[in-house]
Design a protein around this ligand. Sequence first.
Ligand code: 4AD
Ligand code: MG
Length: 462
Amino acid sequence: MKTVFIKELVANDNLIDQEVTVKGWVRSLRKSKAFSFMVVNDGSSQLNLQIIVDGSTPNYEEVSKLLVGSTVIVNGVAKASQGKNQSVEIQSKSVEIVCANTDDYPLQKKATSFEFLREIAHLRPRTNSFGAVFRVRHTLAKATHDFFHNNNFYYVNTPIITGLDAEGAGEMFRVSTIDLNNIPHTDKKEVDFAQDYFGKETSLCVSGQLEAEALALALGRVYTFGPTFRSENSYTSRHLAEFWMVEPEVSFCNLDQVATLAHDYLKFMAKSVLDSNPNEMDFFNQRIEKGLIEKLQSLVNSEITKITYTEAVKLLENSKKKFEFPVKWGIDLQTEHERHLTDDIYKGPVIVTDYPKKIKAFYMKENDDGETVRAMDLLIPGVGELIGGSQREDSYDKLLNRMNENKMNVAPYQWYLDLRKYGGAEHSGFGLGFERFIMYATGMTNIRDVIPFARTPKSAEF
Ligand code: 4AD
Ligand code: MG
């Protein structure tokens, strides 16, 4: 008796007429006197398996009354199926009831809204939509490791607890063991972090970039892939307080080269989901976003599209579209502007480069014009910003100036400056918001629905 996953059973003709065991959850049950049709899903793929339970089964009474979502272990013989929706079915010999659900189970057959499902995030992975999302999420994570490994990158792990603000934007969650009911103060009446766990003020990382730079300037090409945290109060469909970021960092690499790397990485991920998850992609294509498969295929075959920030501003200024936020050189592009570029003008991903230095982080390399930096944002239709990256300032003096201009406390960043003093090199990198790419790849329109348990302002359930 061999325990098999439904995905293996469907793929292997040589299991036909073999006795197998399948373990999973009842999706539906249609009963008659002589036998019942029980449909089971085991999570291994989008595909369900039909079980024909014979009326002579010893516990037939109980089995035929099973409610949706109940757990079963079925033993029986795999048979080629005549049904048009399946290639294999099981003629059962025995059905063990592991957990019989009651009729108050919140996931009934009728369609439920994504909003409602967010409230039962512990059960929603059992639905078709969320099973598909989380399987695609896995494929994209694996594709990420494959892509970078194939391109001579090393996977490194940067710290999650940090004393630095890598983006200089002040959107950090504090990490502290100070007793909030008895906060120690210095003579100057400031909180005395010297008495805190690490002897200084610490937070959860907003990015692993600064430490990744140290590793890239030793290992050549590295990437991080881990959780990052931002306390920005953005209550939007594309912001999470805890999200996963993929951050490659490359020595001996300029902005153009890292932009090409980003584009190649997206193509690789798109191809991976199309190849690895055909059933999930069919499901999304039919139920979530019409034309999704075609969209991803055209990404796989696409050429890179790059424009400068200055060109983007001209395009937006000359556009007939009325924007809520008026466009002029120097503004940070708003979602409506980014969407107009990707959805209306280019109808695909666009990389915008060379932003004004005033709106970008301190570590980006200044251009000769003294006004712009070697930054890039990769924008995608429907989502907006997917990637933020740059060539890093590799001059010690310019970087120090920039930090002073931004009124940063330089001392904790001395090690980061030293990377420019000892064995420095031209280097570049980017960060990809992993959940935002999953949105693009699945057509899901709310970022809360592509991570198992979302953390957003005023919400940290489960
Ligand atoms: O553009 P960001 O802030 O860039 C950095 O953090 C750089 N240090 C990365 C680097 O060069 N190594 O963030 C990178 C990406 C964004 O483009 C976006 O996709 C995603 O991270 N992101 C978020 N995703 C979900 N929720 C949030 N609150 C996000 N903030 C950023
Ligand atoms: Mg950004």
